[in-house]
Design a protein around this ligand. Structure first.
Ligand code: SF4
Ligand code: SF4
Length: 137
């Protein structure tokens, strides 16, 4: 129930006391971490074993952050430049095979921008490695 205080000073005093007593919205990062919302759009993960190389993700990506390369017979790798990605989720929406997912991982900062280019191989889909050059499809 909301208190209805008529005078301005009383309302201000109430607000100050209320703010002093309530739990802070911030946490002592990185010691403490906030739980991200279930559908938060963070770091991308690609499952190349599901990929059929339709290239819809590349076509629809507004920043050119994703490349799909053929690495063998019906085997593909995905190269994602996380520094170009705006985490819009369009690639995941467009993928007919649900091969792309956005995780709740937000700890992406790197001193070396080259480390933001990650490759997902068909052989070991859960493993991603850093790549020093942008792959050309
Ligand atoms: S999340 Fe958006 S910007 Fe990032 S790779 Fe997918 S489509 Fe491109
Ligand atoms: S949209 Fe999905 S299936 Fe098509 S190339 Fe991209 S990751 Fe592969």
């Amino acid at each position: 129930m909301k208190l209805k205080l008529k005078s301005k000073p009383a309302r201000m005093l109430f607000e100050v006391l209320h703010s002093l007593l309530k739990k802070p919205a911030t946490v002592l990062y990185p010691k403490e971490k906030l739980e991200m919302a279930k559908n938060y759009r963070g770091r991308l993960v690609v499952h190349p074993e599901k990929c059929i190389s339709c290239l819809m993700c590349m076509r629809d990506c507004p920043t050119g952050a994703i490349n799909i390369n053929k690495i063998g017979e019906k085997k593909f790798e995905a190269v994602i430049d996380l520094s170009r990605c705006i985490y819009c989720g369009q690639c995941a929406e467009s993928c007919p095979k649900k091969a792309i997912e956005l995780t709740t991982d937000v700890e992406i900062a790197q001193l070396n921008p080259q480390k933001l280019k990650v490759v997902f191989h068909a052989k070991d889909p859960d493993k991603c490695e850093e790549k020093s050059e942008r792959a050309v499809s």
